[in-house]
Design a protein. Structure first.
Length: 398
């Protein structure tokens, strides 16, 4: 009787283990990727559990008809326990694998985020590198410009020293000679020549100082325009008269070519005359004997009011044009250069043109001559229909 009871207990325990293993296998279908395999294992375990159930039912209903084999049932119990243990261990292995895969996915996601951040950081660093390169380039350009300006300023000051000393020495020298009236009586021709030399040296000094002061005013923004209607033909004639004697001394012809029926120009007459005189003086200075200078004036609503001074003198190399137009810049820096002057004529004329809202451009070729064009905006042209609202055009600079 005891053997039967023990056999029934073993069968019941074996049945329990098989059902537990089947349920565990079904649970594993939710946490692993091999769902079909775990379902098959669960079905097999349930079939074995069903067979165990039938055996247990038979022993409980009629133990004499079905003799008990305790050894076989014990082996079945051990197999059921091993099956349950195997399912549990395999399930745990799969859980660990899933956890590892999840951790790997999280690590991969974090790694991708870090890579994206590193790429963004790299991009920002490259942008900063590019910006720093641009800033470095700009600083280098600014440094080169500052050094060029410093060199030009030094050359200008050295030239100014020459420009100021030469007439001052002449004034002092002539004055000392004129003080000795016993050697040079006032009525003598030499006395008159010395007086003329003092006068010309003084005028040259005044021109130099005026150019410097005028340019300083324009650059400081303190220059004022006194606009009024200008008779351009009269202004050109007045400027030509001022340089005519010097041109004649250099055997240089000056021609005036003006468009017919020129309207008046609304501008500052003193500054327009200064522009014309500066350009004509430069043209005379750099034109060889026998040369020719042409002064032109024309206007149209599209082009504006245009003044041109063209010569067939020594000309300027294309690379030297920006230098000639720059402040303190001179094409020739030698103190003993052939042509006297401060080199402020063109920069000052360009500043005065820009003060009127206009432009100054220069075209030149070595050995062929130079053409300087000053262009006033069309808004400064006073057509005949507009002149009734303005005063009579002026030709003088008060």
């Amino acid at each position: 009787m005891f053997g039967v009871t023990l056999t029934v207990a073993v069968i019941g325990l074996s049945l329990t283990l098989q059902v537990a293993a089947a349920l565990k296998a079904l649970l594993l279908t939710r946490v692993t990727g091999w769902r079909l395999a775990w379902v098959a294992i669960a079905v097999a375990l349930l079939l074995m559990a069903g067979r165990r159930s039938i055996t247990l039912f038979r022993h409980l209903s009629d133990s004499t008809a079905f003799p008990a084999d305790l050894t076989a049932e014990s082996v079945a119990l051990v197999i059921s326990a091993l099956m349950l243990l195997g399912v549990v261990l395999v399930g745990e292995i799969f859980r660990q694998v899933n956890r590892a895969e999840d951790a790997l996915r999280r690590s991969e996601t974090n790694l991708q985020l870090q890579i994206a951040e590193l790429q963004e950081t790299r991009r920002r660093l490259e942008d900063q590198k590019t910006s720093l390169g641009l800033v470095a380039g700009q600083l280098q350009v600014a440094r080169d410009q500052a050094e060029a300006a410093n060199r030009a300023k030094s050359e200008f000051l050295a030239n100014m020293s020459h420009e100021l000393r030469t007439p001052l020495n002449a004034i002092i020298g002539f004055s000392e000679l004129m003080k000795d009236r016993d050697r040079i009586p006032p009525e003598s021709g030499r006395y008159q020549d010395y007086a003329q030399g003092i006068y010309e040296s003084g005028r040259h000094l005044l021109d130099v100082i005026n150019d410097i002061l005028d340019l300083s005013k324009v650059e400081a923004g303190s220059a004022e325009l006194r606009d009024e209607p200008i008779d351009v033909a009269g202004a050109v004639s007045a400027a030509v008269v001022l340089v005519q004697q010097r041109a004649a001394a250099g055997q240089i012809a000056i021609e005036v070519s003006l468009a017919n029926h020129l309207p008046a120009l609304k501008a500052d007459p003193c500054k327009v005359r200064q522009i014309l005189v500066n350009l004509l003086t430069n043209a005379v200075k750099f034109t060889v004997p026998g040369g020719r200078i042409v002064v032109r004036a024309l206007c149209s609503p599209q082009q504006g009011f245009v003044l041109q001074v063209e010569d067939n003198g020594i000309g300027i190399a294309g690379a030297d044009i920006p230098v000639a137009l720059s402040q303190f810049g001179q094409v020739s820096s030698s103190m003993n250069r052939k042509h006297q002057g401060t080199g402020l004529g063109l920069p000052l004329s360009m500043s005065l043109a820009e003060l009127h809202g206009g432009t100054l451009s220069l075209e030149s070729e070595v050995g062929k001559g130079t053409c300087v064009t000053v262009r006033f905006p069309g808004s400064r042209i006073l057509w005949p229909s507009q002149q009734s609202d303005h005063a009579r055009p002026s030709t003088s600079c008060a």
